[in-house]
Ligand binder design. Structure first.
Ligand code: SF4
Length: 301
């Protein structure tokens, strides 16, 4: 039996659901029941009735699945797959900010640890952040964390003042305006799509700033046949698969998140075999971390 057959057999035996983020390795995306961005995967976790979820993405995403689906065993096949940006917003530092700014509404990108989510008021994703923040009264003071690029891009779009946490995604922050300019010169007929975690100067040069889910929808619906993709290159696998007649150009140098690439087929196999490593959360912490996610899903179901 090869590894794919072994995984399929164990998956059936465990009655497991495999969820994978758009940035994971192609072979991981190919064995998943569902591939999506943070928002889409959170929604899947809410609906999930499977006794076992194998979450292929970085740790905060698997924690979100456990927060939303506490009855399921949530397996995170490689515990080294963390998100450096999520780690930039330490829960104690967020609690200290709240003490200094008791009037502020703390909005956290879903890319935060469960511990940090217990200290915030509202969660958002890159796909819904702009819409969500536009529902908050203009006079309300807001802190956005942990991504200063995403927060700043939303602030400019909505033309409102937002206090920004000094964090960023090291992967998207590496994309510079000159990378976009060079790609445009090489492919003058292509539309430029970037992720809103990119620097504001990069977003200004793009035709669209979209979440990965938004990009996939956009390329499918667009009449354009060529696209320059300014996000983690794992998404190209799905884009090419779903749109074989269109051309997709990654930026140079390629944009790679080493953490998203850590999970291997062997990791998934061992996780299904051993039902480890699991995400375990203290029940009081889980409930507290769930409140800002519930608020997000209530405002924008
Ligand atoms: S791409 Fe950026 S935000 Fe996403 S997991 Fe990697 S470091 Fe974190």
């Amino acid at each position: 039996m090869n590894i794919l057959e072994e995984i399929a057999e164990l998956k059936a035996k465990r009655n497991a659901l495999i969820l994978a983020h758009n940035y994971t390795k192609p072979e991981i995306q190919d064995i998943a029941d569902f591939v999506g961005d943070s928002l889409e995967l959170s929604r899947k976790a809410v609906e999930c009735t499977a006794p076992v979820i194998v979450f292929c993405g970085v740790r905060f995403m698997a924690e979100t699945a456990k927060i939303l689906s506490p009855e399921s065993i949530v397996l995170h096949p490689n515990p080294l797959s963390g998100c450096p940006m999520a780690d930039m917003a330490d829960p104690d530092a967020v609690a200290a900010y709240r003490k200094e700014h008791p009037e502020a509404l703390i909005v956290a990108y879903v890319n935060t640890t469960a511990a940090t989510k217990t200290e915030v008021d509202l969660c958002c994703t890159s796909g819904n952040a702009e819409k969500l923040i536009s529902t908050i009264p203009a006079e309300q003071e807001i802190l956005f964390l942990p991504d200063a690029n995403l927060g700043s891009n939303i602030a400019s779009k909505l033309n409102r003042k937002i206090d920004l946490w000094p964090g960023c995604c090291p992967t998207h922050n590496k994309i510079m305006p000159e990378h976009i300019q060079a790609a445009k010169e090489k492919h003058p007929g292509a539309l430029v799509l970037v992720h809103p975690e990119c620097r504001p100067a990069v977003v200004k040069l793009a035709d669209q700033a979209l979440s990965t889910g938004g990009m996939l929808k956009f390329v499918q619906e667009s009449d354009c046949r060529e696209f320059i993709i300014g996000t983690e290159c794992g998404i190209l696998h799905r884009m090419k698969k779903e749109n074989p007649e269109k051309e997709f150009y990654p930026l140079e140098p390629e944009v790679l998140c080493p953490n998203m690439k850590r999970i291997t087929l062997e990791d998934v196999l061992f996780a299904l075999r051993d039902l480890e490593p699991r995400i375990e959360l203290d029940e009081a912490e889980r409930k507290k971390a769930k409140a800002p996610i519930d608020r997000m899903l209530e405002i924008l179901p």
